[in-house]
Design a protein around this ligand. Structure first.
Ligand SMILES: Nc1ncnc2c1ncn2[C@@H]1O[C@H](COP(=O)(O)OP(=O)(O)O)[C@@H](O)[C@H]1O
Ligand SMILES: [Mg+2]
Length: 243
C-alpha cells in the first residue's frame, strides 16, 4: 500500500475472502482526484468491505496494489457519536495539532450546527447527529471522503437537505468522494460517475453527464436510472411501476 499526498485512488487486484466466501475478486478501481463517485450494489455484494479497505480499517492484502491518499475520513450509516462527550468534543476527538476546539466549531458551522457546539449527542435529531459525523470527517481535511450509506436511516426530507449539504461540502473542499448507497436515485443525483459492484468486481462504470442541480424531470435522469436498475437486476415491471 502506498500513501500519497494527492487525491488519486488506485486499486489493482484487490481480493478479500471471509473463509470460503470470496467477496472481492481481483477488483480494480481508479478514482479521479476530486471526483464524486457512487458505488451501488446488492446487499452483501461487498461495498462495505471495499470501503473498509480503502479507509484502512481492514489491512489490505499483501498482493493487492493500493495507492491511497494519506488523509481519509469515513462517515457510516450510524453517526457513531460518544454520548458522554459534547458535540464539539466528538468532532475534535483524536484531532492532532492545536486549536482543536476552534477547528471543531468551524466544521460544525459549515454543517449548520453552529448553535450545537456544547450540546450532548442525545439531544440531537438523526439528521443533526449525521451532520456531526460529517463535521468530524471534514475537520480532518480528508483528501478521500468515504460515505457508507450515510443517509439511509434518515427521513426523505432530511435526506434531501443532506444531499445539498454534502454537495456544498464537496465543492468547497474538493476531496475525492466515494459514496456507497443502495439508492439509485441518490447515486444519480449526487455523483459524476456510478459504479456497480457485482461478483467481486466493478461490473458497470457509468459517467453521469447531467448538469446539477439534477431532478427526476430530466429525461437523461430517468434513462440512467432505468439502466442502473437493470444493471442491478431489477425486473422491467418493477422499474415501470416505480417510474
Ligand atoms: N468480518 C466479516 N467476517 C465474515 N464475513 C464478512 C465480514 N464482513 C463481511 N462479511 C461478508 O462479506 C459479504 C459482503 O459484506 P459487505 O461488504 O458488508 O456487503 P454490503 O456492504 O455490500 O452489503 C457478506 O456476505 C458478509 O456476510
Ligand atoms: Mg454495507
Amino acid at each position: 500500500m502506498t500513501q500519497t499526498n494527492d487525491r488519486t485512488v488506485s486499486v489493482r487486484g484487490l481480493t478479500r475472502r471471509f473463509g470460503s466466501n470470496t467477496v472481492l475478486h481481483g477488483l480494480d478501481l481508479e478514482l479521479e482526484p476530486g471526483s464524486f463517485v457512487a458505488l451501488l450494489g446488492r446487499s452483501g455484494s461487498g461495498k462495505t468491505t471495499l470501503l473498509r479497505t480503502l479507509a484502512g480499517l481492514d489491512a489490505a492484502p499483501a498482493d493487492a496494489e493500493l495507492r491511497l491518499p494519506d488523509a481519509v475520513a469515513v462517515v457510516f450509516q450510524e453517526p457513531r457519536l460518544l454520548p458522554w462527550k459534547r458535540v464539539w468534543n466528538n468532532v475534535a476527538l483524536g484531532l492532532p495539532g492545536s486549536g482543536v476546539k476552534g477547528r471543531a466549531e468551524r466544521a460544525l458551522g459549515e454543517v449548520g450546527l453552529a448553535k450545537h457546539h456544547e450540546a450532548w449527542p442525545a439531544t440531537l435529531s438523526g439528521g443533526e447527529a449525521q451532520r456531526v459525523a460529517l463535521a468530524r470527517a471534514l475537520v480532518r481535511e480528508p483528501r478521500l471522503l468515504l460515505l457508507d450509506e450515510p443517509f439511509a436511516a434518515l427521513d426523505a426530507l432530511t435526506r434531501i437537505r443532506m444531499h445539498a449539504l454534502v454537495l456544498d461540502l464537496w465543492r468547497a473542499h474538493g476531496p475525492t468522494t466515494l459514496i456507497v448507497t443502495h439508492d439509485v436515485d441518490e447515486a444519480v443525483l449526487l455523483a459524476d460517475r456510478v459504479l456497480v459492484l457485482d461478483a467481486g468486481r466493478i461490473a458497470a462504470d457509468i459517467k453521469v453527464d447531467i448538469p446539477r442541480p439534477r431532478g427526476h424531470g430530466d429525461a437523461r435522469f430517468a434513462a440512467l436510472r432505468r439502466r442502473l436498475l437493470s444493471e442491478l437486476g431489477v425486473e422491467a415491471e418493477v422499474i415501470r411501476e416505480a417510474a
